[in-house]
Design a binder for this molecule. Sequence first.
Ligand code: SF4
Length: 93
Amino acid sequence: MINENDAKFGIPVLQPGQQELPSRLRVLKPKIDLKKCQKNYNCMVSCPHNAITVHANGYPTIDYNLCTGCLICLRECPAFAITEEHEKRVPKL
Ligand code: SF4
């Protein structure tokens, strides 16, 4: 199980036997600035949870039901088009 202290500090950690971090524990979430996006799709390719897909307008879009908030996409974007913001809801343990 997820330790309550882990989620409190925004560091959900996989525990033995746990397959994936559920999105409900997300403390930070990525946000894409479409004005900066260069459509190189590094974010989509790098997302380990397949939470980013391409919208009909050609821009990447994030499925927050799948996103765990790992922020790998943020680090992989060469255009710095992805920023992080705090979740407004309290993570459910
Ligand atoms: S924060 Fe992680 S899970 Fe969420 S969209 Fe970015 S890479 Fe995918």
